[in-house]
Write a protein that binds this ligand. Structure first.
Ligand SMILES: C[S@@+](CC[C@H](N)C(=O)[O-])C[C@H]1O[C@@H](n2cnc3c(N)ncnc32)[C@H](O)[C@@H]1O
Length: 232
């Protein structure tokens, strides 16, 4: 009885700190993970308190949401991980704590929208539209479910070939996927959120200096961009 209570208490702590409870973590690992979380939180608070340095005076205002390791000086970097080049450390898709509504020229998000629950996609896109200037652009890259299905079939139904793209790498807290998209479903979501001029984009066509990120993986990525109407 006591053992069962201890096990379920430990699982609850593990779920809270690591986002899962299905793999073994020693007491030391749990303490280490909590320590890393606290360290990241403190770094985030400090970074966000000084993030004006990364944002002030920028024109155009381009936001790289979920930038991960990619540091392109043309962007304000936003990520939930306090990596050294991240200007704003946040795990929320909301940007109105840091920017005025209608003040952003472009929001770029590569392989991160699927890290939010599918029930939140509309709220996320609707919010991002409201943060863009009239005529501003949201540029997205997400795993393309149709391409993953094709890869699955082409590889003799290999789960290993697609599970990381479908479910996330699951190699650090938060690297889990909660939504799937096709050209049709994402296009519909963009339309419902009030975007127009929905079209495919490719990094090569936009700039030779575009970040070397997952948007370049044409075999699995769905790259769509759209515009906030000038008259909203
Ligand atoms: C799969 S990586 C993609 C990195 C890069 N954009 C690329 O395409 O190569 C997902 C990134 O989004 C970040 N991320 C995941 N969930 C997030 C959230 N809720 N808020 C902010 N960033 C998040 C992760 O920390 C990670 O850097």
């Amino acid at each position: 009885m006591k053992l069962a209570f201890m096990t379920s208490a430990k699982r609850a702590v593990q779920r809270a700190v690591a986002g899962n409870d299905d793999s073994y973590m020693s007491g030391g690992q749990i303490v280490g993970t909590i320590g890393a979380r606290v360290r990241d939180w403190v770094r985030g608070v400090v970074r966000n308190a000084s993030c004006g340095r990364g944002i002030a005076g920028r024109s155009p205002v381009n936001v790289h949401f979920g930038c991960g390791p990619h540091d392109d000086p043309r962007f304000v970097n936003v990520d939930k991980r306090a990596l050294p080049h991240v200007h704003i450390v946040s795990g929320s898709f909301r940007l109105d704590r840091f920017f005025d509504r209608g003040s952003i020229d472009m929001i770029y998000a590569s392989h991160v929208v699927e890290h939010f629950s599918f029930g939140k996609t509309h709220e996320l896109l609707d919010h991002w539209r409201s943060m863009l200037k009239p005529g501003g652009i949201v540029r997205l890259s997400v795993p393309d479910f149709d391409k993953l299905v094709a890869t699955y079939e082409a590889t003799g139904r290999s789960v290993e070939a697609i599970q990381g793209y479908l479910l996330g790498g699951q190699d650090y807290p938060g690297n889990f996927h909660y939504a799937i998209f096709t050209r049709e479903s994402l296009g519909l979501q963009l339309t419902k959120a009030g975007f127009m001029d929905i079209r495919a984009w490719s990094p090569e066509a936009i700039s030779p200096r575009w970040p070397e990120d997952q948007s370049r993986d044409a075999a699995i990525s769905l790259n769509l961009e759209a515009r906030r109407p000038v008259q909203a």
